[in-house]
Design a protein around this ligand. Structure first.
Ligand code: URA
Length: 272
């Protein structure tokens, strides 16, 4: 390899790393610079265009409405989610589910961590690199900050149940698409129903928009109690800033602190 080719390759690797492409996901190298193969017919490319997701920024995080209620297209032999009665069985159903393409590139399924009798449920966006390696939500840097934040109001892992809107890491930690969130949403809906938390905390815009089914941004949604209806039971739900955002924007911690105090006050009220 000439010196200039090696230099270009090294710049390219640095660029990939900066974009979050930090892991090999297959055994065989793929030449992404090779000319794409021509579509087999004009009909198939029209079909592909029809299937392509809408390009609005909102479409990236809000699952289609039907996805909240329709059962996932899992294998026909899988039990319907309504028939699943325990979180342990739901975890098995998620692990067996092949309807979310992210599972193919992820190393592990990240279902939940914490106590499955907890009164407080926290929902984040998506597993990152550490979570993918360990198969548990919020175990990396953002998770450590989250644990510290919870500790300031007297909550530890035994007092909370933590999950995400999706169960597999998006490559390079990109924002999950509406389709990916939509594919996992029926499981998350059942997870909420089975846990029966007293309160739900939504961490960041992706979780807040998809669970509250709104297009409003996190700055508008945070710090306000809303109701999430789980099978006729209204669960008070609070959106707050994502710990990963707080790591990048330490100034915003004062807003998150206000939200934590709201959560603490609500839990004290519920304990009376
Ligand atoms: N960010 C999330 O939203 N979830 C995780 O599990 C880790 C980081």
């Amino acid at each position: 390899m000439s010196e200039s080719t090696a230099k270009n390759a090294s710049h390219l690797l640095a660029w990939y790393e900066a974009m979050g492409v930090d892991e090999a996901i297959g055994e065989t190298p793929v030449d992404r610079f090779a000319a794409p193969a021509a579509p087999s017919s004009s009909e198939s490319s029209a079909e592909e265009r029809k299937r392509a997701p809408a390009a609005s920024p909102d479409a990236r995080v809000r699952p289609p409405k039907a996805a909240r209620t329709s059962p996932p297209a899992a294998s026909a032999a899988a039990p319907s989610l309504e028939e699943i009665e325990t979180l342990a069985d739901l975890e098995k159903a998620v692990a067996a589910f092949d309807g979310c393409a992210l599972k193919r590139t992820a190393k592990n399924t990240c279902f939940a961590r914490g106590n499955d009798k907890a009164k407080v449920m926290l929902i984040g966006e998506a597993p990152g690199r550490d979570e993918d390696l360990q198969g548990k939500p919020f175990v990396g840097r953002a998770g450590r900050l989250l644990d510290k934040m919870l500790a300031t109001i007297g909550l530890d892992e035994n007092a909370v149940y933590i999950t995400n809107t999706i169960y597999w890491r998006p490559p390079g930690n990109r924002t999950p698409t509406a389709q990916e969130i939509g594919a996992c949403m029926p499981f998350l809906t059942r997870q909420i129903e089975l846990l029966e938390p007293q309160v739900i905390v939504l961490l960041g815009g992706a979780a807040a928009k998809s669970v509250l089914d709104t297009t409003d941004g996190i700055m508008r949604l945070r710090g306000k109690w809303k109701l999430y209806n789980a099978k006729g039971r209204d669960i008070p739900t609070l959106a707050t800033l994502h710990p990963a955002y707080l790591l990048r924007t330490p100034d915003a911690k004062r807003l998150a602190w206000r939200d934590l105090l709201m959560l603490k006050a609500r839990l004290e009220e519920l304990a009376q």
